[in-house]
Write a protein that binds this ligand. Structure first.
Ligand code: MIC
Length: 707
């Protein structure tokens, strides 16, 4: 292996420059609110020598701007959870961000699906982010290419979606120890995430979804998680946003009492009782019918409460008032609280937080808004956005939480999740209050709002409807209720509504680009014969065929519709001419008699139109012919670049539409009736000079097409 050929001075100078660069970066408006417990030098020393660039940074800067704009204007972003790139592509039209939910991934992206216990592999959510991000990049490439195929003036009519929607993702509790959090962060940044959240739930103890005994980790462990993620983002030099989610609002347990800051929320028995885990063990051995009932009974008999509540229960009012003053707002461990109580309260306080501990060692925890606020305030400097995850959307708690955090961090960005199980009316919301809920939250700085698990209800509901329709009405139901509606609302160049156009131009362009190089270099052509980018643009030929009738049954059964016959003829002809054989031909077919005609959006992608024959006559007074005549006039006037060809009836109707006046129709019924037979024609010199010599019934297409 070669050694790095650098003097020690040069190495030191490079390192110092890197440190300086990081320090400058941390002073930028995007970074300056973050307070790191480590130095720039530490980060510089943790970096490798090859600087990398991440899409995550661009997406984060975009989201950062969007959310700050919302914050300034008192508005908000409304998004929902998604794991599927097809759904994500449609969301781009209405949402400014996407959410990849851990719960959804746990149901749909793992080999062992089930309730969200965060027991899936660490890379599950990052992989979904990667999948969606790649799909976004593809859509943006596909759309850009399609637009560049069109002349500048035509582009204003085309769709131009911003498919690069920033992705917010669920990092849950970091999936393991701190090194797992570091690795997961790396996966997220590499996948292109704009922001991800970390919560303070305990690994391996997550219970879905509402309450039912959630367990949090000590404050210090939560802050370490956030620091681990922030450190890795800094090592990567990325702008990735970190959302600090806090779950203490609905937690029943905490894993440890190692952090003094948590002590005032930990509950203990205030009478000497047998330990809960032993009582439960005995009940299980005795095959007691309800362990839950035994537990509830024990909690009652143990008079479970926090130490401060225990003091209050036995102290006089004056003693308790003295006690609270002395405890004050500063952190006081249980040991310090006991000492203060001993000094002030005449009776002895019995308090034992070990007696209620679970079999797994968890302590009972008294969740309340103050506890959430305290954690959120400690976490805020490490992250960019704050989220208090609540089991029940209690409005008073929401107001209290957001105002208390804002008192310390006035410009704080907040997030809120409309968890799927929320029962708004039970939580006291009137229909009006539900309506204004998002904007009321926005007024408190909640700039990012999400319904994380919409898909569980939404996709189930829509799929169930379609499954029924398909079962009952088959292809007719599909055509009427899905296909026609999808095609009517969306232009053909967009999304996935018309599968044959979803990126087919882009796909063809790859072939064309390769083939063009082949023509220029591979087959000996001179460079000057290569097509320029401008000449290359329209090399795809798209022909629309308007079917004005159906062939007689025998022909139809063998050769299909007139449009199919034209397509076969033209493809065969093109295949025989080397210049044309390289051009991808696209055909779309319209049932003219049903008045299905190309929309103006579709016309922008069409090069030529063929109007077929029909048993009808151009002057017949039927609605579809009137519609066709209007269409032809509009086409002729507004789309001069589209070539029009009429065969038989098609030719008649063209002449009728373009040259008849109300007093002088050019196409009439022959008063002598039908005429059948062979009629010699003479080609005018102008025609011959334009298309070249034509023998009657040419044997080779080249006889017609060669100039
Ligand atoms: C956001 C969430 O973490 C998720 O996995 O989507 C869940 C969703 C839910 O419970 O509805 C959560 O809020 O915990």
């Amino acid at each position: 292996m070669p050694k790095i050929n650098q003097t020690l001075d040069a190495e030191q100078a490079a390192f110092d420059a890197k440190v300086q660069e990081i320090e400058q970066w941390w002073k930028t408006p995007r970074q300056s609110h973050i307070q790191r417990p480590y130095s720039a030098a530490r980060i510089a020393s943790l970096r490798g020598l090859l600087p990398q660039k991440y899409a995550s940074s661009d997406m984060a800067l975009k989201l950062w701007q969007q959310l700050n704009d919302h914050r300034k204007n008192g508005t908000h972003e409304m998004t929902f959870g998604v794991t599927d790139p097809i759904i994500a592509s449609q969301m781009a039209k209405y949402q400014q961000s996407l959410y990849v939910s851990g719960a959804l991934c746990g149901f749909s992206e793992v080999s062992e699906p089930g309730m969200d216990c965060c027991d899936y592999p660490m890379d599950t959510v990052p992989k979904v982010v990667d999948k969606i991000m790649k799909s976004q990049l593809w859509h943006s490439q596909r759309q850009n290419h399609y637009r560049m195929l069109q002349p500048k003036e035509a582009r204003s009519e085309l769709e131009n979606w911003d498919y690069l929607t920033p992705i917010v993702a669920d990092g849950d509790m970091g999936f393991g120890g701190l090194t797992s959090t570091v690795k997961m962060t790396k996966l997220f940044v590499e996948a292109g995430v704009a922001m991800f959240h970390l919560d303070d739930l305990a690994i391996g103890k997550k219970k879905f979804t509402v309450g039912q005994g959630r367990t949090v980790v000590p404050t210090s462990e939560y802050l370490d998680r956030l620091t681990a993620a922030r450190m890795q983002i800094d090592i990567m030099g990325a702008e990735t946003m970190l959302l600090c989610r806090c779950d203490v609002d609905h937690s029943e347990f905490i894993t440890d009492v190692i952090d003094d800051r948590d002590h005032k929320y930990i509950q203990g028995a205030t009478v000497p009782v047998h330990p809960l885990r032993e009582v439960l063990k005995e009940a299980a051995e005795a095959e007691s019918s309800s362990l839950l009932a035994v537990r509830v009974e024990w909690i009652k008999s143990a008079k479970l409460c926090t130490f401060d509540e225990a003091v209050k229960a036995i102290a006089s009012d004056s003693e308790f008032s003295l006690y609270t003053t002395e405890v004050g707002n500063k952190i006081k461990s249980l040991k310090q609280r006991r000492e203060i109580a001993k000094k002030i309260v005449s009776k002895e306080v019995f308090f034992d937080w070990d007696l209620p501990r679970s079999r797994e060692g968890q302590y009972f925890y008294n969740s309340c808004v103050t506890a959430v606020v305290e954690r959120a305030l400690l976490a805020a400097p490490l992250g960019d956005v704050t989220w208090a995850r609540m089991d029940v959307p209690k409005w008073d708690d929401l107001v209290s939480f957001h105002t208390q955090v804002q008192e310390v961090f006035p410009d704080r960005l907040f997030a809120f999740g409309y968890t799927g199980d929320y029962d708004y009316s039970t939580a006291g919301f009137t229909p009006e209050a539900i309506k204004s809920f998002p904007s009321d939250l926005a007024k408190m700085g909640v700039a990012w709002q999400v319904q994380p698990i919409w898909a569980l209800q939404g996709i189930n509901y829509e799929t169930e409807r379609f499954a029924k329709l398909w079962r009952e009405r088959g292809i007719e139901g599909y055509v009427e209720e899905i296909q026609k509606k999808a095609l009517a609302t969306k232009p053909m160049t967009d999304g996935f509504e018309k599968p044959s156009y979803s990126g087919s131009y882009l796909c063809d362009a790859f072939w064309d680009t390769i083939a063009v190089r082949d023509v220029g270099e591979g087959s000996g052509g001179k460079p000057s014969e290569r097509r320029t980018a401008d000449q290359m643009a329209p090399i795809r030929l798209h022909i629309a065929v308007l079917d004005c009738d159906q062939p007689v049954p025998k022909v139809y059964s063998q050769r299909g519709l007139y449009s199919d016959i034209f397509e076969t003829l033209l493809r065969n002809a093109a295949a025989q001419i080397s210049e044309l054989s390289r051009i991808p031909l696209g055909f779309s077919k319209y049932d003219c008699v049903q008045e299905h005609l190309p929309s103006s959006q579709e016309l922008s992608g069409i090069d030529a139109i063929i109007i077929t024959g029909s048993a009808a006559s151009a002057y017949d007074n039927v609605p579809w012919i009137h519609t066709l005549i209007h269409f032809i006039r509009d086409l002729y006037t507004h789309h001069p670049k589209i070539h029009i060809f009429g065969s038989c009836f098609g030719h008649q109707v063209l002449c009728h539409a373009l040259f008849s006046t109300s007093i002088a129709p050019v196409v009439n019924r022959d008063p002598l009736g039908w005429e059948l037979g062979v009629h010699p024609i003479t080609l005018s010199p102008a025609f011959s000079s334009h298309v070249g010599p034509v023998t009657s019934n040419p044997k080779l297409p080249s006889q017609v097409l060669n100039r």
